[in-house]
Design a protein around this ligand. Structure first.
Ligand SMILES: [Fe+2]
Length: 257
């Protein structure tokens, strides 16, 4: 499997503090059947700017440590962009690390609260520049829990959706789990990533999520596409073909507090 969302580089964001923990995470990933992952520290706005030179340098140090420990895991550089002023211009200008060398896919953290008009305009601008935003864990957004029409429109616009394995495993609670299942059944999830931050609570594992997605979808092949087929297409810089999403009717989420 391929994990496109993983905070595994040591001491660079709110992921592992030390190389020893990064190596533990790598061993967990390999044991779970992950052969490739993209290191995606927080970047651009927010607390951790992490410019591409820094991410690349830290990725190379991590790769050397993996070789020294004989851990067979391929690691690429990426980042998780935080919403900020002029986000699209800054990405186009090369201030953030893409998910592939072709520089046509970037992981963008979906805001936890308000999805502003400005944010949507920034996503649109990225698409206009031939860059596909991969929206990280929208199922954890308070607004999506209430009404996933915004997400549906963003998918129609051309955005991809990455759901966290922890969400479909129930680790963020029953409301996020219900939202994750609803998004899955409405074909509004394209990729599953771990969004791992440590070797403990949020570890780099995907296999349980694949089992749960397959069960929800009653479709193992589609579940595997989320951790193998589509992530590989993104790494290769190819256009990702996705199924037509089904328009959500989630008024039942209006009672979320
Ligand atoms: Fe993340």
């Amino acid at each position: 499997m391929i994990d496109l969302h993983c905070h595994i580089l040591p001491g660079i964001d709110d992921g592992p503090g030390m190389m020893m923990e990064s190596l533990s995470m790598a061993r967990q990933a390999v044991a779970d059947g992950i052969h490739t992952l993209v290191a995606t520290p927080h970047a651009l706005g927010g607390t951790y700017p992490n410019p591409p030179e820094k991410v690349l340098r830290e990725t190379e140090l991590f790769r050397a440590a993996l070789r020294a420990e004989n851990i067979n895991l391929s690691v690429y550089s990426g980042c998780e962009v935080h919403n900020c002023l002029n986000m699209a211009d800054r990405i186009v200008a090369g201030e953030a690390t893409f998910l592939n060398p072709n520089k046509n896919h970037i992981l963008v953290e979906f805001p936890f609260e308000l999805v502003s008009k400005e944010f949507i305009q920034q996503l649109s601008k990225l698409l206009d520049n031939g860059i596909t935003p991969v929206l990280g864990h929208p199922e954890r957004n308070k607004k999506t829990l209430q009404d996933s029409m915004i997400l549906y429109d963003l998918i129609l616009m051309g955005c991809l959706v990455q759901m966290n394995s922890t969400s479909i495993n129930g680790g963020f609670g029953p409301k996020v789990l219900e939202c994750a299942k609803d998004l899955l059944t409405h074909r509004m999830v394209h990729i599953v990533g771990s969004d791992a931050h440590s070797a403990g609570y949020r570890a780099p594992v995907l296999s349980q999520a694949v089992t749960n997605c397959a069960e929800t979808l009653e479709n193992k092949a589609e579940a595997l596409m989320m951790v193998l087929g589509r992530p590989q297409q993104i790494l290769d810089g190819k256009k990702v073909e996705v199924p037509e999403p089904e328009k959500p009717k989630n008024s039942k989420w209006f009672f979320f507090k």
